[in-house]
Structures are given as C-alpha cells and as structure tokens.
Design a protein around this ligand. Sequence first.
Ligand code: G1P
Length: 310
Amino acid sequence: MPSRTPRLRAVTKAVIPAAGLGTRFLPATKATPKEMLPIVDKPAIQYVVEEARAANLTDVLMITGRNKRALEDHFDRNYELEETLIRKGDDARLARVRESSELASPHYVRQRDPKGLGHAVLCAEPHVGDQPFAVLLGDDLIDPRDPLLSRMIEVQERFGGSVIALMEVDPAQIHLYGCAAIEATADEDVVRVTGLVEKPEPGEAPSAYAIIGRYVLDPAVFEAIKKTPPGRGGEIQLTDALQELTHRENDGGPVHGVVFTGRRYDTGDRGDYLRAIVRLACERDDLGPDFRAWLRDFTTAELNGSPSDM
Ligand code: G1P
C-alpha cells in the first residue's frame, strides 16, 4: 500500500561529481581538472564544498576521473608551503592555504568510464548506503547569501522521496537543462514534479523550469539508475532515473522541486564563467573598490568606441 511516511534519516552526505573532461575550457583543462579553475582566487570546487559544509553535510564524496590529483592535493595539507609562510610570518596567506584542508576531508571514488551523470552518481552507492544524500554539481555556483541546499533538505525531511532544485529560465535556454513538468503545492517555493525531460528539443519542453545542479536524493535512485538505458548523448542520465521516481509515492518518490530565485552562477560556460568572476571580484572588499573603478572606465571606453589599452 502506498505510504507517504518520509524517511527521517538525517542528510549528512554530499556527493560531488568531478569527473568531467572540461572540454569547453580546453586547453586550460588539458592537464588541470575544470573544477580547479579559479573563480577570482579560489578554485570552483572549494565554493561547492563550502556550500555543502554550510548545509551541515559533513561527509563529502567526490567522484573523480583521471587527472584529479590536483583536487586531492587541494583538500590536503601542504606542509612545505605552510612552513614557508610560517617562516615569513605571512599569517593571512597561511590561513588561506589552510582553509581548504580544514574545510573537509573528502573521500574519493573514481568513475572509470565517462558514462554520464547518472553513472557518476551510481559510483557513490557503496559510500552512501541506505540514507538520503545530496548531489552538488560543480558547474553551478549558488551564492552563499541565498542558501538553497538547507531548504531542500528541509523539504526532503517533510515529504520524503527526492528533491531537486529548479530555476525558471528563458524558454530559449531550456534545451541546455533537464526540464521539469510541475504542479503547485501549498508552499510558494515548492512544487511537485510530475515529469522530467533531459535537454528537451525545441517545442518539447513541458515548462521553463530547469534543473540546476542540486539534488537531495533517496537511495532508491541507485536501483533506478541501474535500470536506466543510455539517453541524451548516449549517456546514463540522472534526469531519466529521476523521471522514473516521479511516478512513485514511496521507494524514492515522490519528487519535489524547490524553486530557487537567488543568485546562481554557471561556471560551466565560458561566458558565464567570466561574468561570475567579474561579479564576485566586484563584491570583494579587498579587490572590489579598485576593480570596479577600472571596470567603469573600461566599459565607458568600450561604449565610446575608443580602443582601450587599460
Ligand atoms: C546536468 C544535468 C541537467 C542539469 C544541469 C544543471 O547537465 O544533466 O539535467 O540541468 O546539469 O547544470 P550538464 O550541464 O552537465 O550537461
């Protein structure tokens, strides 16, 4: 008999897929994982781990591929560098160096074949076990001033099943995302997801609600992924496995969406990556004032058509 009894186990695990080839950023990503590309002066992956920790996710698992040594090194101590900074008495930089290793002590598992996001998430099964868990995609940065994950965990605890993050996008852009068919609930920011399509063809999108890279999933998703045939791009898509869960009242379902209206930066696209850096640099207390003044002059010169050698 269908039951709506939610699983009341706390969400403590974060899974961060980081095995992508980063082809959009070649040649920068030839020998460096794309997750290590800096947003101002911090690698993108560090923002994501900070977000997980801010939502009380204490156990971080990264799904890595080849070339991921740099990721492991970044979250490890670097004694040589620390010693040098201690000798110089450079406490500020020492603190910056230690930040990432004090943040988390991630676990790592390798995705041997790049078979898609669903397959990457499946690699987390032995580590996750039988409790709901979060998935954070590194290409989406969520501004820490607009917390999303803790709200999603709250919604998962209330309804059980699985929860995805949604954002309304320009309909012309929906083909770049997983897209959700939705029904309203009594909460303004929560919807019931009735169907999902990965990167719909023009005219086939059920809405303009795009999946952004945050999920809180019931472990039943693993069985669903195992039964999911390759989909868009010949890859095992997480969206397709979740589509299966949208029909269920338990055993992984129902699927709810939290509609996010805060600040999100897409760092997977080169143009958006540059915009994210400019925005975040402008907001920094140390860099912002000078950088903003330069940016104003630069844009004025651009508008006036005067070539700028600034
Ligand atoms: C992945 C998911 C897609 C989601 C997107 C969010 O796609 O498959 O459903 O909308 O992340 O960033 P990717 O951008 O990795 O191709």
